[in-house]
Design a protein around this ligand. Structure first.
Ligand code: ADP
Ligand code: MG
Length: 295
């Protein structure tokens, strides 16, 4: 029977003392895929830092919830490369992970014709860069993010009336965007693709008083059947991914610009949460796609 590693980390593995409050997402994802596999393959949750001798015994490695990779990106990429070299099918492939692990990929997608959020890419950000961004975008509010990051960690939002303190600095490659108000009334759309095919969609809304849609900050998700034009916008982004083979999984996150078009905020192909509760067919589809890759 084929064996599939569900790569995770101490922040997400069940029973770990350092498990995060939102690690229930790990359980939902794991259980949905495991149910979909229905005994046709063994699914094992395992730390991506486990010994190679153990990890290399699997036929396929799925990047389930290795959430701590953002603080150890090089180590993570090296580990995935070792796995591929050992003959393990890594999903998504290292080539895809490498491209997706620096949000500069959004500039890549923009060059390929995707609708993206206008973005400045300073090597670091402080009060000067933020002030320049207000003027550049003609915006009263901006969001400052890390180029390598996830889960809104290290992210800040400033307005002209509430600028960063003089000693505030983001000391790493940064990105600054105008604050899109649609995030607060409409929310952020997610479109889940399995093997390049649209599987399900949802809208994520922030808790009152916050603008971050992550469950950790009180955000909630609602399953939606996307409007045909919105689904087409997400499919267009999928078609612009610079890879020959469609990735096993991808989540296209989109927010509406003031002009009404949906812009891609993230095209997540590393370890996106795939919202199994909002897509009843998700587990079956993912399992089938994994088994196809195992031949
Ligand atoms: N330009 C923006 N305008 C409004 N809200 C934003 C903007 N950029 C990010 N956010 C909010 O912050 C969250 C995290 O940002 P995102 O770009 O998705 O990075 P990540 O999820 O990798 O941390 C988004 O889901 C959204 O709620
Ligand atoms: Mg996001």
């Amino acid at each position: 029977m084929p064996r599939i590693a569900f790569l995770a980390c101490p922040e997400t593995l069940p029973g770990s003392p350092t498990r995060r409050a939102d690690a229930f997402e790990h359980d939902l994802l794991f259980d949905a895929i495991n149910a979909g596999l229905a005994g046709r393959a063994e699914l094992v949750g395992i730390d991506w830092r486990a010994p190679m001798a153990e990890l290399s015994t699997f036929d396929l490695s799925y990047l389930g919830t290795p959430w701590d990779y953002t603080d150890a990106k090089d180590e993570f990429l090296a580990r995935l490369e070792d796995l591929e070299a050992a003959g393990v099918t890594v999903c998504n492939p290292v080539e895809v992970i490498r491209w997706n692990s620096d949000k500069l990929y959004l500039r890549d997608l923009a060059e390929r014709g995707a609708v993206t959020i206008p973005t400045l890419w300073p090597e670091g950000a402080g009060p000067t860069e933020v002030a320049a961004a207000f003027d550049h975008f003609g915006a009263d509010r901006v969001v400052v993010k890390r180029r390598v990051g996830a889960g809104a960690v290290g992210q800040d939002s400033f307005s002209r009336g509430n600028p960063p303190p003089a000693d505030w600095r983001l000391d790493q490659p940064a990105m600054i965007q105008p604050f899109l108000s649609a995030i607060q009334h409409e929310g952020e759309h997610s479109f889940i693709f399995i093997d390049g095919q649209f599987s399900h969609g949802l809208i994520k809304r922030a808790a009152a008083g916050d603008y971050r849609i992550q469950s950790l900050y009180g955000g909630v998700e609602v399953a939606v059947e996307p409007a045909p034009a919105d689904r087409a916008a997400a499919e267009a982004v999928m078609a612009m991914l610079p890879f020959e083979q469609a990735p096993l999984y991808a989540r296209i996150d989109m927010v509406r610009l003031d002009d009404g078009r949906l812009a891609v905020i993230e095209a997540e192909t590393i370890e996106p949460y795939l919202y199994p509760l909002q897509g009843p067919e998700f587990g079956t589809r993912m399992a089938a796609a994994m088994l196809r890759r195992l031949g």
